[in-house]
Write a protein that binds this ligand. Structure first.
Ligand code: FES
Ligand SMILES: [Fe+2]
Length: 447
């Protein structure tokens, strides 16, 4: 197969500064942050309700009415292409009595009919029909349209949403400053959607992100990836709310992996695993392609990883503190042969499965109440330190805010906006929640 000449050249990583070389290591956050449902519930308000979350690529929406539905920590929402050609996002919650408006993961319809009482909405979320409500005094269809979610589509077609409904919502350009120009190094227009797959993991979302944010584990855990890239060049560079990963590809043909690493045997490159029989294995073209790669971790839970044969995204959707859904979408180079697509998918799935198994086994030990924190390498695990720092900063900031105001603050909430009575009843509910279940504590509540 002829080598593909790329139109763009990915940037090299910035060199290490003198200060980088002197950085001390630091500890991970405590394991309780990986196991507590209450911490996850708090992260939902402190992090997920305030961040720009990558969803998909706009090329997947071919015509008006095409939609994709997602669930993040119980927030059901969908993205839809409207008649004007824009991508809109809405909570998948009927404004009448909260039944889901779309029930499939993906579909196409320019009218979204709720199957409970028959209300229907257009692609801009406007309520178009509410049976028998025509002559009801005071009923305003516009005020009963779907709840819209903020969206941003980058010039490369990457689609993001943000649930934050407060005045403090951070604009996309500030949250991901520099990301859009960084992504210009890759020609997304030259790729088309190929396939998706999903893994259901028994681990916390951060267990996966910990592994994603470093390649310190690659020589031991990823024999195939270790052959495809020069691991000594692997570098994670934090850039605010995203991190760019760099590594040089191996340009010559590489041997197929014939045997798993055995960390207990004699070392190869870094004092870790040895690939036995590698020299005798038949050589083949690098399945990682011919491009050094443009891989970006997008805080908190997503990634966009570009290679020359394909690019793929990962959405990490927390379900509980110890269960997380991983969704992969793969986009292959236009005109690629079925064999080339399969080779890339096999290469990717092997690496992802290796990571998945690391996460499941690690989480079991995080759950056991013995291990609490571990020491991180200042440069090789810089990406882990960085994103865990973002997690703790956002959690601490929100914790201080809730403490100061004395109430639970959910920036994504849309409740009680419609009537004064609803607002008053909401306050009573908050009061009851704060009091807990012990009647002895209820002195302050005047029934
Ligand atoms: S809940 Fe949708 S029409 Fe009633
Ligand atoms: Fe990995």
């Amino acid at each position: 197969m002829a080598t593909v000449v790329e139109k763009v050249t990915p940037a090299a990583p910035p060199p290490d500064s003198a200060a980088d070389k002197l950085l001390p290591g630091r500890h991970t956050l405590p394991a309780s942050w990986w196991t507590s449902e209450k911490v996850l519930d708090f992260e939902k308000r402190a992090i997920f309700a305030k961040s720009w979350l990558f969803c998909t690529h706009e090329s997947r929406f071919k015509k008006a009415g095409d939609y994709f539905a997602f669930n993040l920590l119980g927030w059901n929402f969908f993205l839809i292409k409207n008649k004007e050609g824009d991508i809109k996002a809405f909570h998948n919650v009927c404004r009448h009595r909260a039944y889901p408006v779309v029930r499939k993961q993906q579909g196409s319809s320019i009218i979204l009919g709720c199957k409970y009482h028959g209300w229907s909405y257009d692609t801009n979320g406007l309520l178009k029909k509410a049976p028998h409500f025509d002559n009801i005094e005071g009923f305003d269809p516009v005020a009963n349209s779907l709840y819209e979610i903020k969206t941003h589509v980058s010039r490369q077609g990457l689609v993001f949403i943000n649930f934050d409904n407060t005045e403090d919502a951070v604009p996309f350009e500030d949250f991901f400053a520099g990301l859009e120009s960084e992504m210009d190094e890759f020609d997304f227009g030259d790729y088309e959607y190929h396939m998706s797959y999903e893994l259901d993991g028994q681990f916390n979302w951060k267990t996966l992100m910990d592994g994603y944010q470093e390649c310190y584990h690659c020589p031991t855990a990823h024999p195939g990836l270790n052959l495809a890239f020069r691991m000594e060049t692997y570098k994670v560079v934090p850039k605010g709310n995203y991190c760019r990963h760099y590594a040089k590809i191996v340009e010559e043909d590489i041997p197929a992996v014939v045997e798993e690493n055995d960390p207990d045997t004699e070392s190869s490159w870094f004092g870790f695993g040895k690939k036995k029989e590698v020299s005798k294995a038949p050589k083949k073209q690098n399945p990682g392609g011919s491009f050094n790669g443009l891989w970006c971790y997008l805080f908190p839970t997503n990634g966009v990883n570009c290679y020359s044969p394909a690019w793929y995204s990962i959405r990490v959707l927390p379900i509980t503190a110890k269960r997380t859904i991983l969704q992969y979408d793969i986009y292959t180079k236009k005109g690629a042969t079925a064999d080339a697509k399969k080779e890339f998918v096999d290469f990717l799935q092997q690496v992802e499965l290796e990571d998945f198994n690391l996460c499941e086994a690690t989480q079991k030990n995080l759950n056991n109440g013995v291990y609490s924190t571990g020491y991180l390498h200042p440069t090789k695990e810089k990406g882990v330190l960085h994103y865990q720092g973002l997690v703790s900063d956002m959690v601490k900031k929100h914790f201080a805010l809730e403490k100061e105001t004395g109430r639970l603050i959910n920036p994504a909430a849309l409740t009680a906006r419609q009537s004064e009575e609803a607002e008053e009843l909401e306050k009573i509910c908050t009061g009851i929640e704060c009091l807990g279940s012990n009647p002895e504590d209820h002195d302050g509540l005047d029934w």
